[in-house]
Design a protein around this ligand. Structure first.
Ligand SMILES: [Zn+2]
Length: 350
């Protein structure tokens, strides 16, 4: 993506609890930003008004003469990309079908580019993180948080599929008899490889006769315990806590093995809050991938840290929790007319 000098774009990260609006320069360097809570219960028009207020206030931080490419917004899915509308979002009751793109465009007078949050994070890792390091235009980015989000970049384009849910690895089932998932299926990868999945695996582990006392206490006496609490115990050497992360790694590896066997990608990036415990789950993940994918065995790197051509690398994300916001800010350049044919559009501010 080539940026003109003094070119700016906005990135908006719409979450169920918080809303971030930020202004970025041509190198996607953060100029200034606002963070506020998302007024979900006040309805979409109130939240659009908040976004537009932030955009206007941040414009004062931009130099007097500049070119604005537009606004990129990362939203939870499902989305209708053609219409720029929301589908039915579990954490946004009453917002079904809301025309997010057009409403924000009307409220700000700027071109708006809509993407789902997992795809926005994938775009950021592609252009500015692990994908840039590896110099590839084909990759999958898995974000393991409360759930499991994923985005696919194929031949340098974000892959949406037909109904806009392409690359949703979180709802690929890896066990038809597994736990029930919110999507209506059973044994979805997300029911294992997510914060919720880890807690479920750990609670089962705590029931076993050989479970350690501290682990039992954590899982039974502290209903609000988090993956971080389990990671702390695991890092201190607790066998049950370590086993919980290993199981997450095995299930994740099993899911990634199918992805690799299907697409034969050079890079899979694993990020999100739970993925910061990389050392606790990655060895089991690699063993499972090796076991279950012939394609991976044919393309496995011969060295762990040096990037090699025509090999499948599985790497931790490089960008951290701001990936979604950075990716949103990249959208005007990636999806706008500038990104497609080189003729700049947007708004010149004199
Ligand atoms: Zn599911």
């Amino acid at each position: 993506v080539a940026f003109d000098q003094d070119t700016f774009s906005f990135g908006i990260d719409l979450g169920g609890t918080s809303l971030r609006v930020a202004l970025f320069d041509s190198g996607i360097k953060l100029m200034s930003s606002h963070r506020l809570s998302t007024r979900v219960a006040d309805g979409p028009d109130a939240v659009i008004a908040d976004m537009a207020d932030c955009v206007r206030s941040l414009l004062h931080a931009a130099p007097p003469r500049h070119h604005l490419l537009g606004i990129g917004i990362g939203s939870p899915g499902p989305l209708n990309f053609e219409l720029g509308t929301l589908g039915t979002l579990p954490n946004f009751p009453g917002w079904d079908g809301f025309p997010l793109r057009d409403s924000l465009q009307q409220a700000t007078g700027l071109p708006v580019y809509l993407e789902n949050d997992a795809n926005a994070a994938a775009a950021a890792e592609w252009k500015m993180g692990a994908g840039k390091t590896a110099m590839v235009d084909n990759l999958a980015v898995i974000t393991i948080g409360t759930g499991l989000g994923s985005g696919l970049i194929l031949d340098g384009r974000i892959w949406h599929g037909m109904v806009g849910m392409g690359g949703e690895l979180g709802h690929a089932s890896i066990d038809r008899n597994g736990p029930a998932c919110g999507c209506g299926s059973r044994g979805c990868l997300e029911t294992y490889a997510s914060a919720q999945g880890l807690l479920r695996l750990a609670r089962a582990e705590a029931q076993l006769p050989h479970a350690s006392q501290p682990f039992r206490e954590l899982m039974q006496l502290r209903p609000s315990c988090t993956p971080r609490d389990i990671a702390h115990l695991a890092e201190a050497g607790d066998a049950s806590a370590r086993r919980s992360f290993e199981q997450l790694g095995e299930y994740l590896g099993f899911g990634l093995a199918s992805l690799i066997s299907t697409l034969d990608l050079p890079l899979i990036v694993v990020g999100g809050g739970v993925a910061t415990a990389w050392d606790l789950f990655a060895p089991a993940m690699f063993t499972a991938i090796h076991c279950h994918s012939l394609v991976y065995r044919l393309g496995a790197p011969t060295q762990r840290h040096t990037m090699e051509h025509n090999r499948t690398f599985i790497r931790p994300a490089e960008l951290g929790p701001s990936a979604g916001l950075l990716g949103a800010a990249l959208l005007p350049a990636l999806l706008g007319p500038t990104g497609r044919n080189g003729s700049a559009t947007g708004t010149d501010v004199q």
